[in-house]
Design a protein around this ligand. Structure first.
Ligand code: PAN
Ligand code: ZN
Length: 190
């Protein structure tokens, strides 16, 4: 067995980032084609500006069983036709692999959907540590109009991602802004 040297990461709770990181990815509205329920609103929005929706800072470990991937995700405030800014959401390719999300700042939702369309969600605020069991697609949503929603994820390094099933089937709960008010309401999607 080849031993990897132990290492640590410094989380910046104020900025919703960490250091060091080997990978940083930025996801713009144009990268989320097909993921928003209000697709017409997305196309309208894109004519105006391709806004930054979320960014992910990640540590690199071998993508092998036994290792744990970990990253921090920062979702900016915003919406598309009322549908809050969110991550794409995915099943793990290795569907039996679970994941942990710990919210470090902001206010969000963890929307989950089981393989047979079962639905569940958790409100995430600083300190809420959520368990995504095997078999659940997971998407996070920023429901605050002013501040980023930030959370840390830890999951088995051999999990992989399956975005296609989410693209094809969508999530059956869609979270949208309340008109002129704080908070969210749920509409039933596909
Ligand atoms: C997370 C997500 C991250 C970005 O690290 O990958 O928050 O979301 P999308 O990958 O859905 O765009 C995770 O769940 N990893 O397995
Ligand atoms: Zn995941």
């Amino acid at each position: 067995m080849n031993l990897l040297n132990p290492f640590y990461t410094q989380v910046d709770f104020k900025n919703g980032t960490f250091e060091p990181y080997e990978k940083k990815s930025k996801h713009y509205l144009s990268d989320l084609q097909g993921f928003f329920y209000f697709n017409d609103s997305l196309q309208e929005e894109l004519k105006k500006e391709d806004r930054l929706v979320y960014e992910v800072y990640a540590r690199e470990v071998p993508l092998e069983e036994g290792h744990l991937l970990h990253c921090i995700t920062k979702i900016y405030p915003g919406d598309v036709g009322g549908e809050f800014f969110m991550t794409k959401g995915h099943f793990h390719q290795k569907i039996e692999n679970a994941e942990l999300y710990l919210c470090t700042s902001g206010k969000g939702l963890l929307n989950m959907q089981g393989v047979n369309g079962e639905s569940s969600y958790i409100e995430m605020t600083r300190g809420v540590w959520s368990y995504i069991p095997p078999g659940w697609a997971h998407r996070t949503i920023n429901i605050d109009d002013n501040t980023p929603f930030v959370f840390i994820s830890v999951w088995p390094a051999d999990s992989g991602y399956n975005y296609d099933k989410v693209l094809e089937e969508g999530f059956n709960k869609i979270f949208v802004k309340k008109a002129n008010k704080e908070g969210y309401r749920i509409i039933v999607g596909k």
